[in-house]
Design a protein. Sequence first.
Length: 334
Amino acid sequence: MARSRKLSCLTAMAAFLACAALAVAQGAGPTLHFTKHGNADVNAQLNLVFKTGPKGTTTTGGDGNATIPGNILSANKPHTHMNVYQCPDGTLYAVEDGAEGGIPCPEKKRRKLGGFYLDDSGTIEINEDAGTPVANLPQNPIVSMQVGGGVGFKNFGGTSGERAAFLRTFPGGTFNTQANSFAGDVGTSLNVGPVVFDFNAWQASENASNGSFPLQGGGTDTVEFARQLQGITVTGGGKIPLGPKASFIVRGGGNFWHVNIDTKETETNGTTTSTVTNTRSVEGRGWTVGGALQVDMSRRWSVVVRYDYIPMSTMHLNEGSVGMMFRLFGPPGK
């Protein structure tokens, strides 16, 4: 019984120490000391704005000091970075990086007074008479570059015409084709402001068709086609913002494609069978149009869902894919 009590006491003590350690790790956040005209500003009111929206205010006391409320600290990541801005009317805002759209005054009329992290300790000095106009701050570069790839499908359109042509040539025959192929692609994206330039290389798995028809003297003639396609697209277009993290890209440009075609023809007449094989390549170029939905997952990574239409001589491709893009340089994502 004594051993059981000792174990219970040790468990309770461990739980208490764990909670205490968690509270210490969370911290009370920094103390913000506001000064105005060389004196402590005892009437400062700081509006708190996060990516999830406004989260209330904090005010200074008689010493000009203000702290971030505990419920705000516990509801956000400890290392969240905040910048302090002042609007022309003197209103103060502490804004999480990426949430600047929540400030009501125009960007060019704001002044940046300083910054801090929610897990900072000690005192952060905020001088309301200093600061730098946002218009004079270094701006994010307008050029960025991303690389990535994805997987998806290639849907062959126009095969109904191919089937009709075969059946007209060989009355009484049959013709079947495979409409979809698995595909993969890799590429790069160069962004210059709202303008996007894409280069993508793709390759599809083998696509098969076969047809057969009766021979006049008896027997059948069967033809099998195996096509393997690959190509590149070079496009340009515009990026339309859909929110803080998502955008839709509309684009068009040129496509260059290559097809390897393996043909196997088998004639069966009673006990006699003959087979002829042939391999050839076909190349072409044309135009393409498409669109993509891009969603930032972090400051470097984004998910892209895309569709492209590619005409190819007597056929065309409807292609869709889902992939990831990694930002090499330029303005980070949200």
